[in-house]
Design a protein around this ligand. Sequence first.
Ligand code: C2E
Ligand code: CA
Ligand code: CA
Length: 546
Amino acid sequence: MGKSKKDKIQNWIRANYKVLTILFGLLFILVNFLILRVIPGNHLAYSHMMYIPIVVLGSILGSYYGMGAGILAGLLVGPLTPWVFSSGEPQYWMDWLFRLLMMVFVGYIAGWFSRSYRIAREKISEIEYINPDTLLFNINYLNKNRLEVKKVYTIATLLIGNCDTICDVVGYATYYKFLLNIKEIFTRKYPGVIMVQTSIDHFWLIKPTFDFEQEVEDYVKHIHQASHVLGHHLFIDFAFGFTNRKHIHQNQISDYFIQSDQAAREAKKNHLASMIYSDLNTQKEFEYEILSDFKDALNNGQIYLMYQPKIDLKTRKPIGLEALIRWNHPTKKQIKPDQFIPSVENTNMIHEMTETVFRWSLEFQKKLNDKGIELPISINISTKNLYNKDFYNRMSKILKEYNIKPSLIELEITETILMENPEDSKLILDSFSNEGYRIAIDDFGKGYSSLAYIAQFPITTIKVDRFFTKQILINPTTQHIVKATIDLAKQLGYEVVIEGVEDVETADLMQKLGCQSAQGYLFMRPRGEDELITYLNQYRDELKKG
Ligand code: C2E
Ligand code: CA
Ligand code: CA
């Protein structure tokens, strides 16, 4: 309470300082003038006191007020004050005029000095709060601003992923202009927003919240809008991280951004435009839970394999199977492989998973062989497996256990590993290939490698990604790309499999383009062992052990 009274007085003084200073000056001059009249002896010595109100008015209100005070004081202690009171003898005019001019000059000088001082101070505080190159606020500015206690704020982190490239290509000035555009748009749209720059590609935004979730989408739009700069349309690879929270303590504002920073980094990693911290938390919890359940699930029947046949496009009969992992979680229902494999890949359980898939596929292969059926089974191999030096030996051991021909196993790997670590990949793939395994490049076309590059590895099969299959009927360019890929792959001696065929038209067109085989819902969705055995029994004669 006491503090607010003090604040009120301070505010009142601040609002009325001009009038108060003038009143003080006039009163001082007047009292000084009266003092001169009652003091005996050389009373004019006391006229020097007049310099006090002159300097005060000049320095607080500026040169004009200082000079005005100088004139008033000069006249009062000049022609209006006699040299000798008793006789009324006036001062010598040169004396008082010189004194008056001195007073005016001091009034002017006081104003000039205080103005120069103020400008210098402003410059210093500018450097204290603003980055000189981008003209955006820095962290000091954030701490200077008072947030309202208990009010909820939207906290956002903005990361610019391709800042180096933008600066290299269009120059720093254009990049800085883009940043100023962002600041301009945000301050226009959201009154009370503060944007600070913490490094060249890292920014914080804080604002009183209205509709937090809705704004997340708008923020992304604003960045696109800001990317039109000086005749360029910049490509901005950016990521936002969001969180919202109540303001409690002033001195922890930077800490409020820890969560939004994490969300932004996660968004960037996942190539998303934005991510909210609470989602990140839920995702992390989900990941943690599935990882703790995974090991048991692998052994208690929750995790199992389904198989999807690969079809010969000419005969439309099965010529292979792909093993696809499934997880029937007791509380989370069916978890898709895309939802748990990336997490498992970050742990060493990926080796156990692949080994188990390999073992189960061989068991099924054996079951089929016992029924007189023989066709290759494809197994998806994670990049992490190939980096494991022991991988080849362990697989060979299991293969011997089941006594299965390596030519009945196809390993599916993605292009990424061949690009990331070509030497090691070649060594390990050569050992598998020498043993007689088939090796397929999965999701071909999704990465950036070319067939010419892939040709150095011992490959037998190219599986063209579902992305092309979806486009082929509507996009003539895709048709040309697929045709060229098929032609070249065949010349290099590879089998070409097309993934994700869902309708007859696509299957017919692919066949016309020269593709030998296909997989897709048109022919069969991934199914369990029993259904597959019934299905394959129809083709028993073609699939006889040979
Ligand atoms: P993938 O290797 O490209 O497998 C093909 C995916 O496409 C499968 O999804 C399959 O069910 C689906 N699919 C097949 N035909 C069609 C179609 O006509 N239309 C559409 N829309 N989809 C079709 P699934 O089983 O969900 O597997 C997803 C991915 O998970 C696989 O993609 C593979 O990368 C990975 N994966 C599955 N099983 C394993 C495994 O045992 N080990 C490893 N490392 N990865 C696996
Ligand atoms: Ca696959
Ligand atoms: Ca695939």
